[in-house]
Design a protein around this ligand. Structure first.
Ligand code: ATP
Length: 257
């Protein structure tokens, strides 16, 4: 864990969070702190409410009760765009890739948007240079330098995930939310994406939903277990693996394995 995480400053705090869909209460009073600089996994059985929780944090869904705090500031009720501008980016679910544009053009659009430069409004050679430089750097960061000119629609599945991650990074987020980034990947592809996630989250805070326990144990400092809309345990991967409640209430053999 990085030094930042050891200072224990919650970047995300969920306080008595609730969400109902009609009469069904899916999130039932969640308390959760995600500390600055940590990589935090959210695990739990199918239907536990993990995606709903991430939707509540990123502004896609409005809570029925409780609060979501980002760096101490209440963000529940704000739009996803506003929350993004406050430093939180979510990737792998809302795909903003333009398939006919090249990888480089996709990234450049993201970077231009952050610089506030609109289409055709290039005036300052300086900002053009800055955008070009940042685009090249981002291509290298997400390891797609060799695919810069390929149409984004022709990328492999894992390359597309890498590009989506790059697009999320163009907003220079402090916190990244990922919902099952390795779903549907081969072991090799998953390994590549996990290494990439580790790289790009080095000085950031990560909250990740992940079913693959191998990924969770390799990547994360802390794990929280959501069962039936409530967090039943939070701790290091080792503590979670050994937690009898977790084994009983949830994965059992999968965690033990
Ligand atoms: N918009 C919605 N309207 C009604 N019910 C919903 C809605 N979104 C989610 N649900 C229900 O909420 C429950 C939790 O769903 P959610 O997708 O958050 O679970 P999850 O833990 O992410 O599951 P999985 O691991 O299978 O993706 C499910 O029973 C789902 O049917």
């Amino acid at each position: 864990m990085s030094a930042a995480a050891e200072q224990s400053r919650p970047v995300i705090r969920l306080d008595g969070l609730r969400k109902s869909f009609g009469a069904l209460e899916i999130i039932r009073g969640v308390e959760l702190d995600v500390q600055a600089g940590e990589r935090h996994a959210l695990i739990g059985p199918n239907g536990a409410g993990k995606s709903t929780l991430v939707g509540l944090i990123s502004g896609l869904l409005r809570p029925s009760g409780g609060r979501v705090l980002l760096n101490g500031r209440r963000i529940d009720g704000l739009s996803p765009e506003r929350i993004n501008r406050l430093g939180l980016a979510r990737s792998f679910q809302i795909t903003r890739i333009f398939p006919r544009l090249s990888v480089m053009e996709n990234l450049r659009l993201g970077i231009m948007a952050r610089h506030g430069i609109r289409f055709g409004a290039f005036r300052l050679a300086d900002s053009y240079e800055a955008v070009a430089r940042e685009t090249r750097e981002m291509l290298a960061t997400i390891r797609l330098g060799g695919r810069a000119d390929a149409p984004a629609g022709e990328l492999t599945y894992s390359e597309q995930r890498a590009l989506e991650l790059g697009l999320a990074l163009t907003t220079a987020p402090e916190v990244i939310l990922l919902d099952e980034p390795t779903a549907g990947m081969s072991r090799d592809e998953a390994d590549h994406v996990v290494a990439l996630i580790r790289d790009v989250t080095r000085d950031r805070t990560l909250l990740i939903i992940e079913h693959d326990m191998d990924v969770v144990f390799r990547l994360c400092d802390r794990v929280s277990v959501l069962v039936y809309g409530q967090i039943i345990a939070s701790g290091t991967p080792e503590a979670i693996r050994a937690d009898a409640r977790v084994q009983e209430a949830y994965l059992g053999s999968e965690v033990a394995a």
